[in-house]
Design a protein around this ligand. Structure first.
Ligand code: GAF
Length: 397
């Protein structure tokens, strides 16, 4: 019951049919933007603290396919909002100059598209486009960043104005999310969706925005993603709160960001009575997680998967106990996976409060993990085995 991801070619083939169905009077679509989802292997809630993260781009992608329509109107249809739980319309039409930052715009998915257009570096022309995605929606695999990056890439193709500054591209997409979706996210998701390298995870320094590709060589071990199939509504407000708490901690320690703090300086502030227990725990997670992430990249380069797995476990425990962004469903999935011989480590991935776990497991033990989770976890889990894939693509068809 491991889900076979639809390939980009299959998605594209369906995309052409979908376009013709919705825009029968337009010509054939001739521009395409592709943005992958991501799974973060370790380094959670560290990006907005100027720390390190270690994500990889997924083979699951969002595509934006279409053509210019010689008007100042954008007409967009998505296949993705037809999912049961999303009541939004799957169509939208808007005039380019009227695009304004509006958190409450509907349909919600279109805010990402509008945001990227509004933040794009040059004048955008009107277009007709369809959106299709193999990234599970709201599943903690960065479906929103993949949509932003696919949209940006599509607009690059439509306008012929391709940016050479890939980091800038990621930052524009992040800005779109801040302004148009009201989510104060860090840079990780957009960065990896733009810069992902096939066969590699990237150790990203979220302060300097430099990165170091870490090869994930063929081995007996693979990454298994399990979708908990839950999404707790409090995730956005709690995300914002965590950011404030981290800022409070760095103010109290008197550092620019928690990247510059150490456990020693933190303990000192704590023992001086300057810092309450909650803020202390939040900061302890970030400081130790940054350390774990740097070590994790080192051991991965040496092929030491065992230590990598232990670091993944420690990361989850810290997110659960100190940062308190896990939830009962994610904890259960992690506990079940860890029981199976051949599992080296398992943790939640992404912002938390639902979404997915990532498990490092011996190939021969994958089926045992799936079996135990299927029998014990009652919320219809979904499984994916994934290889590190490449970042965004801009295509003129
Ligand atoms: C979400 C955010 F978008 C990222 O920037 C990051 O902070 C992550 O949560 C937690 O590591 O995916």
């Amino acid at each position: 019951s491991i889900i076979k991801t639809e390939t980009t070619d299959e998605l594209l083939e369906r995309g052409f049919d979908f376009f013709v169905k919705h825009f029968p009077d337009s010509g054939k679509p001739d521009k395409l933007g592709i943005g992958p989802g991501r799974v973060n292997l370790i380094g959670e809630h560290t990006d907005y603290n100027d720390g390190f993260v270690l994500p990889m781009a997924l083979p699951m992608v969002t595509i934006v396919l279409g053509r210019a329509n010689n008007t100042d109107i954008c007409r967009v249809v998505t296949e993705c909002s037809s999912l049961e739980e999303i009541k939004d319309s799957n169509k939208t039409e808007f005039k380019i100059p009227t695009v304004k930052p509006l958190y409450v715009g509907t349909p919600k998915w279109a805010n990402y598209v509008k945001g990227v257009i509004a933040c794009f570096q040059s004048i955008v022309v009107g277009f007709d486009a369809v959106i299709l995605s193999s990234v599970p929606l709201g599943g903690g695999l960065s479906s929103s960043a993949s949509l932003e990056v696919a949209t940006y890439s599509f607009i690059e193709a439509i306008t012929g104005n391709k940016t050479n500054q890939l980091v800038h591209k990621a930052m524009v997409c992040q800005k779109a999310e801040h302004m148009f979706a009201g989510v104060p996210c860090g840079i990780m998701d957009q960065f990896i969706s733009v810069m992902g390298i096939e066969g590699h995870a990237l150790l990203i320094d979220c302060k300097s925005l430099e990165y170091d590709p870490v090869p994930l060589t063929e081995s007996n071990y693979i990454f298994l993603i399990t979708n908990s199939n839950v999404h707790h509504e409090l995730s956005n407000s709690q995300y914002q709160l965590r950011r404030y708490q981290c800022e409070e901690a760095s103010d109290l320690i008197n550092v620019e960001s928690l990247r510059s703090a150490t456990m020693e300086t933190l303990n000192k502030a704590h023992s001086n009575g300057k810092m309450n227990e909650i803020i202390y725990k939040r900061a302890r997670h970030v400081i130790t997680e940054i350390e774990r992430t740097i070590t994790a990249a080192e051991v991965l380069k040496r092929g030491d998967y065992k230590t990598f797995g232990e670091l993944m476990n420690a990361s989850h425990n810290s997110l659960r106990d100190d940062f308190e962004v896990s939830c009962q469903e994610l904890d259960q999935l992690v506990e079940l996976a860890r029981k199976v011989p051949g599992v080296l480590g398992s943790r939640m991935t992404g912002g938390g409060f639902g979404g997915c776990t990532v498990t490092l497991v011996d190939r021969n033990a994958v089926n045992s993990v799936v079996t135990i989770i299927n029998s014990e976890y009652k919320r219809n889990p979904k499984f994916y085995t994934v290889l590190p894939s490449c970042g965004a693509k801009i295509v003129r068809l």
